[in-house]
Design a protein around this ligand. Sequence first.
Ligand code: GLC
Length: 426
Amino acid sequence: MISLAVNETIARAVEVLRENDHGDYTIPTKGLYPFQWNWDSCLTALGLAHYDEARAWTEIETLFAHQWPDGMVPHIVFHVLNDSYFPGPEIWRTNRPTATSGITQPAVAGFAVRRLFDRAKDKELAAERARALLPKIDAWHRWFYENRDPRGEGLVAIIHPWESGRDNSIDWDDAFERVPTEGVEAYTRRDTLHADPAHRPTKAQYDRYLWLLQHFRALGWDNAKLHDASPFQIVDPGFNAILIRSAADLADLAETLGEMEIAKANRARAEKGLLAMERLWSDAHGQYLCLDRVIGKLVDSASVGGILPVFSAIPKPRIAAIAATIERIAGKARYIVPSHDLDDPRFDAKRYWRGPVWLVVNYMIADGLAASGHTQVAQRITRSSVDLIAESGFAEYYDPLSGEPLGGGRFTWTAAMVIEFLKSER
Ligand code: GLC
């Protein structure tokens, strides 16, 4: 009986993936996000591999076909024209052969490619496709440390909230006060046509997103200049942990495939990053915090960004402390892991990245906890994720208190993660 229900849910998840499949890339969901998104695609590939390994490799290859000459992999590739999304290519104006945005997103490709390779039934195909991707992912990692860690501290900064993948987190609020809004061109949002405005960022926040965009555009999208010129430079522990994990995974994969230079460079990046990450630890919160690089201070905001580091090889006592923090949160939320600590008065159960649960984040946290022996907490997160699907379908995100589905529906990476969770539960 149970396995029947599981098969049925997997079949429904596959339907969502197929529905959003555009041949060589997958869109996150119709209407709200009609293009290819960077980290969505990499995590989606894991779900695609469940029924078509070749197609899974293509998903990541398509993304990397639009890598910039300097090594950056953009956060959106605008493969087709579609005016249901704002800001579109006419706002970014990055001057690429196929239009892309001008900023990046969490570097989860190294992790995804290694996982695809490790699980591949067709090993020959996997070796061939992974070998071709290795130098590209390596170039992206090099780009990060050269352009987003110009003083060689070991950790990279994001220069726009959208780079974090946690677009509207409370983590950015204080630093955002420093971002001006003068000179922002008139615009019409599209996100609020597809989703409830009460679940989306406010106008004040949107103005600042656009101010930063215009500022970078005025600098010709020259990454050698953007970091230092940005009034917003945040060292996000979650973002760095994903990059560190990807660097370590890429190093392992490169070693397997005999690419020793790539292995060495990425091993060094991961080791340096892990040491530097310790500067972000907070005993008071039992998790890591963001660092505001402009003022050199930790940001007092306990978000899931500081829990995500369990995805990388942080010290064992840190993992145990974070597992305890998740247990504490689980005492208050029906579904875990909320994107913000419920004890913080700024917590908002329904608004985008200020409280709701995202299954992709759950996946990475559970993966890290399981790998370090915290199986019970990991299973609890997996259970929560599967329950959310059963009760509320394949939503973009969920209210951690009620389980209500929020944001876009029929969401690609949510479906991909469900396949992953159900297979791991088996
Ligand atoms: C939102 C999310 C971002 C994601 C995108 C597409 O912008 O904040 O992380 O990549 O949607 O799903």
